[in-house]
Each structure stands twice: as structure tokens, then as C-alpha cells.
Design a protein around this ligand. Sequence first.
Ligand code: GAR
Length: 195
Amino acid sequence: MSPLPIAILGSGKGSNFQAILTAIQAGRLNVRPVLVATDVSGAGILDLAASAGIPTMVISEPKFRTRLSTDVETALAQQLKDAGVELLVLAGYMRLLKSPLLEAFPRRIINIHPSLLPAFPGLEAWKQALEAGVPTAGCTVHFVDGGMDTGEILAQSEVPVLAGDTAASLHARIQVAEHELYPRVLARFADRELP
Ligand code: GAR
């Protein structure tokens, strides 16, 4: 089976993208990243992509903080189509998606979120979990729709909240789970198990 062409969209350090790269290099994941795009110039994910020889793109959005302008998002969708992308993988991307991308890639955009959705959508979900005093946190991979972390859930991993946890220690433990979960779910798309 030919490797599934994917693009990664991220705003941060890119540890989930690194986990995907590691799985590809280990022969556990039959995908081919054709583009890494970010809305944050200087984001760590760019250096990781460059080191791996994957083309990168910085999206410039002067108007909005929580989404892209329609014209910017339309141009991005076209670039992804032109690059032959079949699955768009959000990895730490911190804006909402709108109709240009959602309509260009129906059920072909997935995201990883650091909570057991539907609990704790939005920013710094691990902090929300800690403040709520729940005994179990975790992470979720889901299809992306127009809401904030609301799309259909594909898989989840649970992570215990331990006595003495800080926001940083809990997020670190959740990220270990993310790095195992995301490549595993991606493999189901790569193996054409998910429609
Ligand atoms: C991850 O913990 C991811 O779940 C979270 O951002 C972090 C990115 O880390 N995403 C969200 O909160 C999306 N709502 P990374 O850049 O090291 O992959």
C-alpha cells in the first residue's frame, strides 16, 4: 500500500510531530508528510520538519488570533490539495478551523487534545483537569469540526493524576500518552481501516 500523504499543522514545539516521525522511521507508520505548516513563525515544529527534509510553510494571519481569515484559510486549503494531501493532522494547532478547510477535507482532519473529551475542551486542558481535582486525565484523538474540540472521538488514553502533580508534570505525563496514541490512530488511516 502506498504511504498516505499527510500534512501537519502545528503552533508549538512539535513533540507530537516528532512522535509521528519516529514511528515512520521505525517502520510502524505508513504515512508520508508532504508539508508542515504553522501559524507561529519560529515554532519548534519548523526546525523538526527542516531537519527531516520536509517542506515547511508559515501562515501569516494579521487579522485574527483564534482563527484564520477566510482568504488565508482558502489559500491554505488549496496548497494542501495541490500538495496531494489526503489527511490533515493537527498537532498542537491552536486556532479553530472554518469552512474552507472543513469543506476541502471532510472527515479528513484530525486533532489531538490533552484531555478526555468532552471534558476540558479549550486551552491548557491539563490545568483544567488539575483544578477540577479529577483522578484521571488523558488525551483524545478526534475528527475536527467547526467547534472547539467537539468532533467525533476516534480514540482516547487515560493518564492518572498523581498526588503532588503540578500542571507541568501532568502535562508531561499526558504528552507521553499522546506520543503513543497519535501514531497508533494515524496508522488506522494509513492502513485504510478508517474511511
Ligand atoms: C499537545 O499537548 C496537544 O495535545 C495540545 O498542544 C500540545 C502540543 O504539543 N493541543 C491542544 O491543546 C489543542 N486543543 P506539541 O507541539 O509538543 O505536539
